[in-house]
Each structure stands twice: as C-alpha cells, then as structure tokens.
Design a protein around this ligand. Sequence first.
Ligand SMILES: NC(=O)c1ccc[n+]([C@@H]2O[C@H](COP(=O)([O-])OP(=O)(O)OC[C@H]3O[C@@H](n4cnc5c(N)ncnc54)[C@H](OP(=O)(O)O)[C@@H]3O)[C@@H](O)[C@H]2O)c1
Length: 297
Amino acid sequence: MILLTGATGFIGAHILRALSEKNLRVRCLVRKPASSEKPNISYVTGDVLDYDSLVKATEGVETVYYFIHMMGNQPRGEQKRFDTLDRLAINNMVRACQINGVKRIIHLTGIRAPQEKLSHHLESRKEVEEIIKNSGIGYTIFRASVIIGRGGAAFDILDTAVRKLPIIPVFNWENTKIQPIYIGDVVRYLVECLDKKDTVNKCYDIGCSQVFTYKELMQQYAKELGLKKSFISIPGSWNWLSAMVLGKIAPVNPNVVYWLIESLHNNMVCEPNDLEVIFRFEPLSFEESIRKIAESK
Ligand SMILES: NC(=O)c1ccc[n+]([C@@H]2O[C@H](COP(=O)([O-])OP(=O)(O)OC[C@H]3O[C@@H](n4cnc5c(N)ncnc54)[C@H](OP(=O)(O)O)[C@@H]3O)[C@@H](O)[C@H]2O)c1
C-alpha cells in the first residue's frame, strides 16, 4: 500500500493519476473528506499537523509520497511560521512511519547550491529533507527547480509575468541560473523509482539539459508563445512589490508567490548524477516541454 500526501496539489494530483494507471493500491491523505470510484484508490481524512491522523493513515503502508509544503497555509500576519509548520509536519510523518514500519519515503524538494545563503523557502525545504534522511527510514529524494506544467506555482508565475506584463522588469536576480524540467519527466522519476532499488537512500537533482538565467527563461518562453516582450533591468530586489503585483494577477496563493520570489536569488542547477543510466530516458528540453503543455490544453 502507498500513502500519497498532497494528492490535491500540483505534484500529488499528477502522481495519483500515474499510480492509478499502474493499478497500484493508493491511499490518499486529504484534509477534506473525499471518495473514489476506483477500487485501488482510497482516501483517508487527516492533516500532517495532526500526529494521530498520520498514525492511522500510515497503517499497513509500505511507501509514503511526501508532497507537502506549508508556504500557503499561514494565517495572515504569521507568514514567517511556515518553516515551523513544515518541521512539525515532517516530524509527525516520520514518527508515524516509524511506528508503522513504513519502508520508504519518496519526496520532491528544491535544488540548492550548497555554498549559497538560502532563501527561507529553500532553507526550510533543506531542513525537511534532512529530517527524512536522518529518520532511519529508507528514502528517495528528488530535487527540482522550476517544473514546467500548468498548476505548478513557479510555472504559473512565469506564465503570468510573460503573458500579462507589457514590459517585464528584471531585478537583481536576472542572472540567477536554473535548470527547468517538464512535469511529465518529474512524474516518471517519482513513479518509476518505486521499482528501482538502486534509488533507495539516494538524492537526485533533476532537470533538462539546458541551463538558463531567469531572464533567458522568460525570453525563451515569450519566443515559444510568439510574443514580443521588452525587458527592463532594475537594480535591487523589490520582492514585496513584485509579490504584490504577481500575487494579484497570477493564479497562485500570494504567500507562495512571495516566498518563491524571495528564492529567485538562489541558483538551482543540477549536480551530475547517474539518473540516465538508472532510468534510461532524458528529460525533454524546455522548448519541447512548452509544446507538450500547449498540446495538452
Ligand atoms: N511546483 C513546483 O514547481 C515544485 C518545484 C520543486 C519542488 N516542488 C516540491 O513538490 C512538493 C509538492 O509541491 P506542489 O507544487 O505539489 O504543492 P501544492 O500544489 O501547493 O500542494 C500542496 C499540497 O499539500 C497539502 N497540504 C498542505 N497543508 C497540509 C496539511 N496540513 N495536511 C495535509 N495536507 C496538506 C495541500 O492540500 P490542501 O488541498 O488540503 O491544501 C496540497 O495537496 C513540495 O515539497 C515542493 O517543494 C515543487
């Protein structure tokens, strides 16, 4: 039995579809009661901040997919508490997994450059990752930068900025480097690793073979959309102002917008790994990813 957390979110919903197609037995942890018509998919109501609900949810479970973050959850005025909530949530999950003998936690997090001062978001992601790694439970952790797929917060912000802003301001993060990846490829790694024992107790950075600066990414995206856009370089970071504007026009929780914008100064480039040998596929290029998304509209 697999326990899928975050099944109502961007990554979790894609994984649920893929696991369901493979006819695997999946129990989804959800905060609002839900039901399934498929015999192999069930729902359990719970909350990662409620330890007892996790003990119940992990009973008889072999593998947990952990796709939770708390950036959008905080009450107004308490935005800085998301790291405390994320710590509590993963500690609850690890304890529940230990009690019920769960064998592996599969997790997706953000790429980080080891020598850089990390944003609040990436520092918190790193902490969650460390708690999983130190739990004594088997793990497979993938780290990604911008995931190209509708409904993904980072992608939806990129899409909104490029489509809606007549002139695109780029701030002191314009030369930060990132290596995006198509959602379909992320799903393949997360699902196919189930059968690949070599991936147990390993962490992998995942991305396409291209590295872009944020400015280049926006230019390339505008080109793919056939849009002529002007960019204006502005000194400073202007995080609050950017988050206020994009938080109003992008279909993304404004708190999440803020914390993602704060992370724009962190490079997210993959460390080399042996994924191509293990998984036998190469992620799509950025341009191919954009075309795939357009096709699936
Ligand atoms: N999206 C990207 O581009 C990207 C890139 C790199 C890494 N990642 C990683 O991928 C993982 C999943 O991100 P995502 O983009 O799928 O996020 P998301 O779309 O915001 O989904 C978050 C999920 O967490 C659930 N959740 C939040 N608080 C909860 C709680 N207290 N108890 C139970 N469930 C709770 C939400 O459920 P509700 O529906 O109840 O709110 C939702 O299903 C994260 O670890 C993130 O760091 C994402």
